[in-house]
Design a protein around this ligand. Structure first.
Ligand code: NAP
Ligand code: GCO
Length: 269
């Protein structure tokens, strides 16, 4: 049994999780640290970075370093990667393109600038950061790239045109990295969270003035066979699988961690 469990170890590996000062990225980075990896994470705001570093330490993750870097800025990404490789003394083995935002605006009311900002962070940045780490992965003939996709890689809904376009594109970027670099023993897969309780979805869960549940909250619970929102911890096992040797022959896939929502027509009224 020991040999099989060792396939999930990240001992000696260096992981870079983008946008991991809180939320899903934080949970994934913490899991990787606990699985033996050295971990680098980045975000845009120093206050969030400092708070996260204290949290990682409190949660027992010792070998974690944080960097201020906006993933949409190619120079910042290249400079940050150089710092990471210098600080840890090795190249990145595992990249998680997690940083992301959402803007919930009806398409006819959304500016092109807003649309472009979401595409820039949720899609173009994954291209920029992946392009930065790929050469070293190609050199050592191994690497893992995990793109945090979404149910909106498969489905649309009102007000999320930019986000769904980005996440749909991210699914295809995942398949293309697989196609172009699989021969270097590099696996690129997507992780597709369902509806997860994080700051990003807090507006969809906040209590109404009369104390009742947000209509969207009730809607999602009714649409999910698990009858609950996901937690960031629900994503840790699948993220570890995709980062480890246990998934060396899995490539170009999106692993949905959604409590069954994509398989279910929804509770009958
Ligand atoms: P979140 O709570 O809003 O956290 C976003 C993280 O990304 C923060 O650390 C944020 O820190 C960082 N970030 C945002 N823009 C950045 C940029 N330009 N450069 C660097 N860092 C940036 O989001 P989340 O819910 O954890 O979601 C994380 C990922 O999962 C996103 O890609 C999201 O689309 C995806 N996802 C979320 C859900 C869900 O239900 N929550 C479901 C499916 C997929 P700073 O603001 O300090 O930069
Ligand atoms: C929304 C939510 C979703 C989730 C997630 C679902 O407004 O519909 O924010 O987009 O964040 O992407 O998988």
């Amino acid at each position: 049994m020991g040999d099989y469990l060792n396939k999930f170890s990240l001992k000696g590996k260096l992981a870079w999780v983008t946008g991991a000062s809180y939320g899903i990225g934080y949970a994934i980075a913490l899991c990787y640290a606990k699985a033996g990896a050295k971990v680098a994470f980045n975000c845009r705001h120093k206050e969030g970075l400092d708070k996260a570093l204290a949290e990682y330490a409190k949660d027992g993750a010792s070998d974690v370093r944080g960097y201020i870097c906006d993933v949409t800025d190619e120079k910042q990404v290249k400079d940050t990667l150089s710092c990471i490789e210098k600080d840890f003394g090795q190249s990145v083995d595992i990249l998680v393109n997690n940083a992301g935002i959402i803007k919930r605006i009806p398409m006819t009311e959304m500016s092109a600038e807003d649309f472009r900002q979401v595409i820039d962070i949720d899609l173009t940045a994954a291209f920029i950061v992946s392009k930065a780490v790929l050469p070293a992965m190609m050199e050592k003939k191994r690497g893992k790239i995990i793109n945090i996709c979404s149910m909106m890689s498969e489905l649309g809904r009102e007000t999320v045109s930019a986000y769904a376009s980005a996440k749909g594109g991210l699914k295809m970027l995942t398949r293309n990295i697989c196609s172009e670099y699989g021969k270097y023993n590099i696996q690129c897969n997507g992780l597709g969270p369902g509806y997860i309780a994080t700051p990003q979805t807090a507006p969809l869960r906040e209590r109404q003035k009369d104390g009742s549940r947000h209509p969207f909250d009730s809607f999602i619970v009714a649409k999910t066979p698990a009858e609950r929102w996901g937690t960031t911890e629900d994503l840790q096992g699948p993220a570890l699988f995709l980062a480890s040797e246990a998934s060396d022959f899995v490539n170009g896939q999106v692993l949905y961690v959604d409590g069954g929502i994509l398989a279910y027509i929804g509770r009958q009224p």
